[in-house]
Ligand binder design. Structure first.
Ligand code: GDP
Ligand code: MG
Length: 177
């Protein structure tokens, strides 16, 4: 009681997928370091970032993997998906095409990942509401049909980013416990 024990109870690998420029790296940066950059070149080519949080009084280390420009169809390798227990499937609410590609990403994910993987569909860039091209209802309907969690986020305004990860990590936690 009261000690600052560093022990980690769980490590959960979560992968970020979706088209290029939808904001995957900035979502990760917001979640892991509470930082945001409008310059996408600021994206560093690291494989993953970690952040440890408490879920039901247990220490959970989230290991979040980011693609380093491999977003072309089928360029993401199976090694990327290996061991993943969660996935963030991201599109840009201002770019219809990025939402239309979601079924492909889902197919890729289901082909490579564990069948019990927890998936969150994320519509990013809600701060650009005046440029919206994907109605919330369309995404909600798709998510329900496919059994995915769904949230709209803004990495820029820090809206729902924390909620998205906490939802997925808590769901994973509940599955393994
Ligand atoms: P990635 O290719 O999916 O990793 O996308 P990035 O994270 O590199 O983001 C692509 C561009 O979109 C960059 O210029 C980011 O600054 C910008 N961006 C990311 N998230 C948001 C957001 O929530 N709102 C706005 N307005 N721009 C964003
Ligand atoms: Mg990126």
């Amino acid at each position: 009681y009261g000690s600052s024990s560093q022990k980690t109870d769980y490590v959960f690998k979560v992968v970020l997928i979706g088209d290029s420029a939808v904001g995957k790296s900035q979502i990760l940066s917001r979640f892991s370091r509470n930082e945001f950059s409008l310059d996408s070149k600021a994206t560093i080519g690291v494989e993953f970032q970690t952040r440890t949080l408490l879920i039901h009084h247990k220490s959970v280390k989230a290991q979040i993997w980011d693609t380093a420009g491999q977003e072309r169809y089928r360029a993401v390798t199976s090694a990327y998906y290996r061991g993943a227990v969660g996935a963030m499937l991201v599109y840009d609410i201002t770019k219809r095409q990025t939402f239309d590609h979601i079924p492909r990403w889902l197919e890729e994910l289901r082909a490579h990942a564990d069948k019990n993987i927890v998936i969150m569909l994320i519509g990013n860039k809600t701060d650009l509401e005046n440029q919206r091209a994907v109605p919330t209802e369309d995404a909600k309907e798709f998510a329900e049909k496919e059994g995915l969690f769904f949230l709209e986020t803004s990495a820029l305004e820090a809206t729902n980013v924390e909620e998205a990860f906490v939802t997925v990590l808590t769901q994973i936690f509940n599955i393994v416990n």
